[in-house]
Design a binder for this molecule. Structure first.
Ligand SMILES: NCc1[nH]cc(CCC(=O)O)c1CC(=O)O
Ligand SMILES: [Zn+2]
Ligand SMILES: [Zn+2]
Length: 379
């Protein structure tokens, strides 16, 4: 029984002099207050004192600090992971039209680009390799773990240049395969799961051995988490490498700008056979349970704002582990486009979207807004 039904049951009525009826706003005149009192005692005789008290919420958010106290968790710089697109042309620095303010860059540009961000409090990046030379692509994605390739060279470079920086690597084949799919294919064009898992886990191992703090397979082949975890254990490096699974990765139209950036658009078909259907909440839950059982250290939901219920499921299913959300390229581009069109203020929306993701349960957020949050946030 709630307090309010309890006082109603006891037939409780506010005492005539109690100051709990209607409003106690200081600017009200006495006559307004007494009119409100008489309204409360005649028209609404069942109004209970508890109802009136619980209607007084504004005090909790009239001051900016009190407003921040209403959030379970505050957004901080350490929650943010910044995606970096590293190309095989060392001097490259090219902006990506569909992904405003983001660049593809070569190894020589990486340290100068990151230095001011690290000074402002950047804690973590996730690396994506982008081979610009189409001749390195093949059916097996051989270039993904090329020791001279942009990701492995990038890991080594960043470990040396920024010893405190946490380095994650996206693990997938789509940037490196001629067909642009996230694995190795059967003759009929469908994914060969066995061969794909073997190849993806080799690539993850190569990144881990090069010094990545975290490997994050985004390929979605069944069983890849177990395969990677076993290889990490076998190699004796599982104690220093975090395994972040893109567990609940939905297929939709929000990855377009990323595919422009990474040159990873499938040459035929789509990714619907290995990414989740947008309505597939149950499948997402099963995938998260499965990945946790296979040894994931972090589960991720992607995209984020269209899938806040899935993030909250992730928090429940993975209650003893960190939950990540990827605020993907299409979500970022939409916010930019709408701000450009005068629909809303960019910064306000960036906070609102990100705080929604946080509220749903994620405490790690992969975001293209990271450089701006470093300016906007104090800690
Ligand atoms: N598999 C590669 C990968 N890793 C992250 C993204 C999307 C990230 C974004 O849109 O920002 C993709 C693209 C895809 O699966 O098509
Ligand atoms: Zn992929
Ligand atoms: Zn299939």
């Amino acid at each position: 029984m709630s307090f309010s039904t309890l006082v109603n049951d006891l037939n409780y009525r506010p005492r005539p002099n109690s100051n709990t009826t209607a409003t106690t706003n200081r600017t009200d005149t006495r006559s307004q207050v007494s009119r409100a009192r008489s309204y409360a005692s005649t028209a609404a005789t069942s109004v209970s004192i508890s109802g009136d008290i619980s209607s007084q919420l504004h005090g909790g958010y009239s001051h900016p600090l009190a407003r921040t106290w209403q959030a379970e968790r505050q957004l901080t710089k350490s929650m943010l992971i910044y995606p970096l697109f590293i190309t095989d042309n060392p001097d490259e620095m090219t902006s990506i039209p569909s992904l405003p303010n983001q660049c593809r860059m070569g190894l020589n540009k990486l340290v100068p680009f990151l230095t001011p961000l690290v000074e402002k409090g950047l804690k973590s990046v996730i690396l994506f390799g982008v081979p610009l030379d189409p001749t390195v692509k093949d059916a097996l994605g051989t270039a993904a773990d090329d020791p001279q390739g942009p990701v492995i060279a990038g890991i080594r470079l960043l470990r040396r240049a920024f010893p405190q920086l946490f380095i994650s690597c996206d693990v997938c084949l789509c940037e490196y395969t001629t067909h642009g799919h996230c694995g190795i294919l059967h003759e009929d064009g469908s994914l060969n799961n066995t061969l794909s898992v073997d190849r993806v886990s080799d690539v993850a191992m190569a990144y881990a051995e090069a010094g990545a703090h975290c490997v994050a397979p985004s390929d979605m082949n069944d069983g890849r988490i177990r395969a990677i975890k076993l290889k990490l254990i076998e190699a004796g490096i599982a104690h220093r490498v975090l395994l972040m699974s893109y567990s609940a990765k939905f297929s939709g139209c929000l990855y377009g700008p990323f595919r422009d950036a990474a040159g990873s658009c499938p040459s035929f078909g789509d990714r619907k056979c290995y990414q989740l259907p947008p309505g597939g909440r149950g499948l997402a839950r099963r995938a998260m349970h499965r990945d946790i059982a296979e040894g994931a250290d972090i589960i991720m939901v992607k995209p984020a704002t269209q899938y806040l219920d899935i993030i909250s499921d992730a928090k429940e299913i993975g209650k003893d582990m960190p939950v990540a959300a990827y605020h993907v390229s299409g979500e970022y581009a939409m916010i930019h486009a709408a701000a450009q069109a005068g629909v809303f203020d960019l910064k306000t929306m960036a906070f609102e979207a990100t705080e929604g993701i946080l509220r749903a349960g994620a405490t790690i957020i992969v975001s293209y807004f990271t450089p701006q949050f470093l300016d906007w946030l104090e800690t």
